[in-house]
Write a protein that binds this ligand. Structure first.
Ligand code: RIB
Ligand code: CA
Length: 320
């Protein structure tokens, strides 16, 4: 029996998703068995093509990519387009990534069916890692009530306790489909790790480190430099970090935490998602002081070991 972590990533690729995909696909202790895509950082057609492009670039084009939801589960679109200046310098992603564009098509089976059938037939544990809006996961739960039972571990990049990014109180992935996110946190998944902005903003990548990825000279190292450079430009122009010329690479921290759990520091809490607040739509309400009387439903990351995170990516992206 393989001792590797079997993994499915559900993503909205995206610059930081791209780094997460490369880290997962190239890490020797991870078997990335499939990728599912969702709208988010860009429209679904682009997040799907971007996922295919990233995998092909690093010689992992055999990993299947299944396209999922092009819009939120309940709402017709995200709550507001106000923050999206697609392809401008403020946008940390752009529509298409600045890497060779794949001409491949996604797998014929759609994401939600793929997820349900893969978990129905699984004979070994498979971690599920959503790093975009939670629409596909919520749809799988709605379609197959046993889905939450079948998933042994769910690692979510999303939410923010003290740190928001898309509004005064919310993080993008949760805000983009708050109803879906609320239902996922209520679904009874047995082992949930939530990696919010509080942790990802502790694992910033600087311009100097970014250049060092490029200097590795590998396809993954060079692509990592390209995409993180864009992120740093965007963060410098619209949401400066405490460390000069740096940016978080949120989604990749989830992959790091799968193989090296000690890279983050967590607290067990109850998490719920605000779906009706006019000021707080999409806020993750994290009961850090256990005042709400509900059983904790997640391990929530509040801190991260930035030097180890960078070193891990250098090791993996430097492999030939
Ligand atoms: O808020 C950060 C998250 O939103 C990341 O997953 C990023 O890729 C976007 O999906
Ligand atoms: Ca993402």
């Amino acid at each position: 029996m393989s001792t590797k972590h079997r993994l499915i990533i559900d993503c909205d690729t995206g610059t930081d998703d791209a780094v997460a995909l490369m880290l997962a696909a190239l890490h020797p202790e991870i078997d990335l068995i499939g990728v599912t895509t969702v709208f988010g950082n860009a429209p679904l057609y682009a997040t799907t093509t971007n996922s295919l492009s990233v995998l092909e670039l690093i010689g992992k084009g055999h990993i299947p990519v299944h396209a999922g939801f092009p819009r939120p589960l309940v709402r017709k679109a995200m709550p507001s387009e106000r923050f999206f200046k697609t392809d401008s310098v403020q946008d940390p992603h752009g529509t298409y990534l600045d890497i060779p564009r794949s001409a491949s098509k996604p797998a014929s089976e759609r994401a939600v069916e793929y997820l349900i059938e893969t978990y129905r037939n699984a004979t070994q544990p498979i971690t599920l890692m959503p790093i975009g809006p939670l629409t596909n996961i919520a749809a799988a739960v709605a379609l197959e009530p046993r889905f939450a039972e079948w998933v042994p571990k769910l690692i979510i990049m999303g939410g923010g306790h003290e740190v928001p990014n898309i509004s005064a109180s919310a993080e993008f992935n949760i805000w983009a489909d708050a109803e879906a996110a609320a239902s996922v946190f209520e679904a009874g998944f047995k082992d949930v790790l939530m990696v919010p902005l509080d942790a990802t903003h502790k694992a910033l990548v600087t311009a100097k480190e970014c250049a060092a990825f490029g200097a590795l000279g590998t396809p993954a190292g060079m692509a990592t430099e390209t995409v993180i450079k864009r992120r740093i430009g965007s963060y410098e122009s619209s949401q400066k970090m405490d460390v000069p010329e740096s940016a978080p690479v949120h989604d990749a921290l989830c992959v790091a935490a799968l193989v090296e759990p000690g890279i983050i520091t967590t607290k067990r809490c109850h998490v719920a998602v605000e779906t009706t607040g006019t000021l707080t739509l999409g806020r993750t309400v994290v009961d850090t002081h256990h005042r709400g009387g509900k059983e904790p439903n997640a391990d929530v990351a509040f801190d991260a070991n930035a030097p180890r995170f960078i070193a891990l990516m250098m090791e993996i992206f430097g492999q030939r």
